[in-house]
Design a binder for this molecule. Structure first.
Ligand SMILES: Cc1ncc(COP(=O)(O)O)c(C=O)c1O
Length: 477
């Protein structure tokens, strides 16, 4: 609510107006004050779609929500009780910008679980992993600087890259992750133009949004390339411990030894996004600058949640909880894969992730998934349209599907509903063109679309029934 102009019937008093009534005039009033960078700032597709996950009448396969309903309420109460008794004043106090020592030890334990050994002292604790992306950009990116990212890339990084006015070059991937030969070609092209990326951004394990994992050979080659060319990599790794099959692979950080790799970790997917705690380790001069950037951003991350996580780790059961999450997610992934095979025709194809939370589906190139989302919402189901994962308009016929946030029954029903709207589009295409639908799509390469087609500007959510909040524990399966 904003305090707006005076109510003519009540002189001297202020009338509260809702944002929707005041927005147009407010924009006019303040637009001249906005910094130039706001022209290129974009709303995150996930943030926009997040509101839908609250609605009881919509099956949202859009978010990347972990299943926090499986965390035992009695454990939560006991841990909070311990924090209150043992560290009341400390948990209510500011802490050091780089984080509490007791939490940094937990972080070293998490990283060791994936075979990456660090000195706990070297950790910078952050407010979620998202803050690491922001701080790396804040530290390294001037307007126009180049970031190299995967195609598709994590949709939540797109608004950050845009805010810092980066020039993002996206490199195609396949089922083995980013193509390093393509990367090298892009680096050579940039070098010819007298440019060099400030950093290469990758989610090598169970990528968001594609679900794919970079092979060992590509990891080794990538590390070789960055060491030869002295380039920084931001390795974003929220999902490494959520493996449902196959052998674990070394992190880029461990292969490089922390000289050129800045590592991002988070508690969001192995415990809770509500604690808003992530971390970074990397070359000390870079981390020092990130620390200064963090001081300016939020002084420190929450002492309360840091002590909560530390107390939780002290109980020695965090690996058991991750194991229980893996069992839930493995089943949900299998249900989604089966449902896709049943409901999506041969014209479509999708990835088969060995872990993580997402499947990436590619439809025939005449289907635009941003348009399709409006139809899907009419059927009370949501997904993330592929364009959200690109900065150049590609990805129009792709979609990201999440299998961690809703139960098995909802996954089956959600995919059935999406399958129905996809089929309608295929039949419409066949009627209009008089042709049979295209043969199965040969690869999951995204289709180029209008470069300026920004998702936030094209996503018009249809009006829906009055909001009813989803009951917190209403998820089954
Ligand atoms: C690849 C990736 N990086 C970073 C984040 C940010 O996570 P958080 O800020 O909750 O730690 C996410 C969240 O979904 C993600 O998928």
């Amino acid at each position: 609510m904003t305090i707006d102009d005076r109510d003519p019937r009540a002189p001297g008093e202020h009338r509260m107006v809702t944002p929707s009534r005041s927005r147009a005039r407010d924009l006019e009033r303040y637009a001249g004050l906005f910094a130039a960078r706001t022209q290129v700032m974009r709303s995150s597709a996930m943030r926009d779609l997040m509101a839908l996950t609250e609605r009881e009448d919509i099956i949202s396969l859009a978010g990347g929500l972990p299943d926090t309903s499986s965390f035992p309420a009695e454990s939560f109460a006991a841990i909070m009780g311990d924090v209150a008794v043992d560290s009341c004043a400390r948990s209510l106090q500011y802490g050091p910008t780089e984080g509490l020592t007791v939490l940094k030890s937990c972080i070293a334990e998490v990283m060791a679980e994936e075979g990456t050994h660090i000195d706990a002292e070297d950790v910078l604790v952050t407010t979620g992993g998202q803050q690491v992306i922001d701080l790396v950009c804040k530290t390294l990116i001037d307007p126009g600087d180049v970031i190299v990212a995967e195609a598709p890339t994590y949709p939540g990084a797109v608004p950050t890259f845009c805010s810092y006015e980066a020039d993002v070059v996206q490199i195609e991937g396949d089922e083995d992750g980013m193509r390093i030969d393509e990367l090298e070609r892009a680096l050579d092209r940039l070098r010819e133009e007298g440019r060099s990326p400030k950093f290469i951004y990758t989610v090598p394990t169970f990528q968001n949004p594609s679900g794919t994992t970079m092979s060992l050979a590509r990891r080794q080659r990538l590390v070789q390339v960055i060491r030869e060319r002295e380039l920084l990599v931001l390795e974003d790794n929220p999902y490494g411990l959520l493996r449902y099959e196959g052998d674990a692979l070394p992190t880029l950080y461990s292969l490089d030894g922390g000289e050129f790799v800045i590592y991002l970790g988070t508690f969001s997917k192995i415990l809770s996004p509500g604690v808003r705690l992530g971390w970074s380790v990397g070359p000390p001069p870079v981390l020092d600058k990130m620390n200064v950037g963090k001081q300016a951003a939020d002084l420190c991350s929450s002492s309360l949640t840091q002590l909560f996580v530390a107390a939780y780790f002290a109980s020695g059961r965090w690996q058991d909880y991750v194991q229980s999450l893996k069992e839930i997610y493995r089943r949900r992934r299998d249900v989604m894969l089966d449902a896709l095979a049943e409901s999506f025709g041969p014209e479509c194809h999708w990835t088969h992730p060995q872990g993580g939370l997402f499947i990436w589906a590619t439809l025939p190139d005449y289907i635009d998934t941003t348009d399709l989302l409006a139809r899907a919402l009419d059927q009370r189901v949501a997904f993330v349209p592929g364009r959200a994962a690109f900065l150049d308009g590609r990805g129009a016929s792709c979609m990201r599907l999440n299998f961690s946030g809703v139960g098995e029954t909802d996954i089956r029903e959600g995919i059935r509903r999406i399958g129905e709207v996809v089929r309608e589009q295929i039949e419409l295409y066949e009627r209009l063109t008089g042709s049979r639908a295209a043969d199965p799509v040969p690869s999951c390469e995204p289709t180029p679309a209008e470069p300026d087609a920004q998702l936030a500007d094209v996503l018009h959510l249809p009006p829906l029934a009055p909001v009813r909040r989803r009951r917190p524990d209403a998820r089954e399966g």
